[in-house]
Design a protein around this ligand. Structure first.
Ligand code: GLA
Length: 387
């Protein structure tokens, strides 16, 4: 358990117990991809993998020290820190949310000792960074007397990601990590941040397959898609593509306001928003077959129109379509690598997992890392109990 491991690492590093431990899950998005920054609808679940942050106030006069099981130790002065630590340090995901709490007047400034442990795969497209940010924010809020609610925590973690990690991400990952409820997907209206918890039938489970291709969202492909989406909204005369329809996009293409490439990207966003609303309704109705079809359509749109998939992800989705018990499959997250998911009948999950893994190995000569998850609950935070 990351929580136990973070507490053990804390004792080992700092020679005493933490005061507070928080844990926050990673996520996979069931549908609604590359629409959060266009104020669309997304439908992610929290996964049964989390990052834990154990924390206490630092001894008087000492700087902050952050230690992680895998990425080493960093130190910084939290009360005076301004802007990110150099060299894309992992500790920016700890420092950033804490500084955002302080700068927003949500918590007092003090130095801290921090230990981090996680079982969220790093760089696998399942939001390891959001998990760390949300856990760090909740741990520090609890320690330093803040009162921000879960949505405020999600918002400030998004700002921290922009300012301290250099990634212009949307609001989806942090919101589901902070706000999910057990057994439910979370329909997020990324304009109003209204949340609807949609029950995922217990008969279904999600398989996650890591393509093994590492992406960095700060590397440019993601930012260029965001720019394209914003330019398309300008050309259509709307604030965001949330306010445009697929028909309006087709008309703009016909009359030359959008070129073919821009129209394809805008078509993805406008059709994906509609698919996501339909998918939430299908889930409400317990219609997993309809839900699965929308997942395949989403993947095709990301591959052909939005162009963020890669061969490895396409191969996983194609294999899933032939596997036993699979309702639907698609890439998940920002793309250019990362993971694909399949929604499967729980009883046939082992068979489907083996089938898809074997098909991938035959094609790429290696077994993909994979795990199964139900819809987990959101982040938790509590005073550390000795023992
Ligand atoms: C990344 C970002 C999210 C979202 C997805 C694409 O995961 O962090 O905000 O934009 O890509 O849906």
């Amino acid at each position: 358990m990351p929580r136990t491991r973070a507490s053990a690492l804390f004792r080992q590093t700092f020679g005493g117990p933490p005061e507070v431990v928080a844990a926050a899950p990673g996520r996979v998005n069931l549908i609604g991809e590359h629409v959060d920054y266009a104020e669309g609808f997304v439908l992610p679940i929290a996964i049964e993998r989390s990052t834990a942050v154990a924390i206490r106030r630092a001894p008087a006069g000492a700087p902050s020290r952050a230690v992680s099981e895998v990425t080493g130790e960093e130190s910084f002065d939290l009360p005076t820190a301004r802007g990110p630590l150099p060299s894309r340090s992992w500790a920016n995901y700890v420092l950033g949310p804490m500084r955002e709490l302080i700068d927003g007047g949500q918590a007092r400034a003090c130095n801290v000792d921090v230990a981090v442990a996680s079982d969220v795969p790093l760089g696998g497209g399942v939001s390891s960074s959001a998990a760390l940010e949300v856990a760090a924010a909740l741990a520090y809020r609890e320690l330093a007397g803040g009162t921000s609610d879960r949505l405020a925590i999600a918002r400030l973690c998004q700002r921290a990601e922009h300012r301290y990690a250099g990634t212009p991400c949307g609001i989806m990952d942090m919101t589901v990590s902070a706000c999910a409820t057990l057994g439910h997907a979370l329909l997020i209206d990324c304009r109003s941040l209204a949340l609807r918890h949609v029950r995922l039938p217990a008969s279904a489970i999600v398989l996650v397959f890591d393509s093994g291709v590492r992406h960095r969202l700060s590397d440019g492909g993601y930012a260029s898609r965001r720019d394209a989406v914003e330019r398309a909204a300008d050309a259509l005369g709307v604030g965001t593509l949330r306010d445009a329809s697929p028909d309006a996009v087709a008309r703009a293409r016909d009359d030359g306001r959008l070129d073919a490439d821009a129209a394809a990207k805008a078509r993805h966003v406008t059709t994906e928003i509609a698919r996501t609303i339909a998918a939430a309704d299908a889930l409400d109705a317990g219609d997993l077959a309809a839900f699965g079809r929308l997942m395949y359509e989403s993947h095709a749109s990301l591959r052909d129109d939005f162009r963020v998939s890669i061969g490895e992800l396409d191969a996983l989705v194609e294999a899933a379509a032939d596997a036993p018990g699979v309702y639907g499959a698609r890439m998940t997250g920002g793309g250019f690598g990362g993971s694909a998911i399949a929604l499967v009948d729980r009883e046939r999950a082992d068979a489907a997992q083996a089938f898809i893994g074997d098909a991938f190995r035959r094609r790429f000569g290696r077994q993909p890392a994979t795990f199964a998850t139900a819809a987990a609950g959101g982040a938790t935070v509590a005073p550390y109990v000795h023992g």
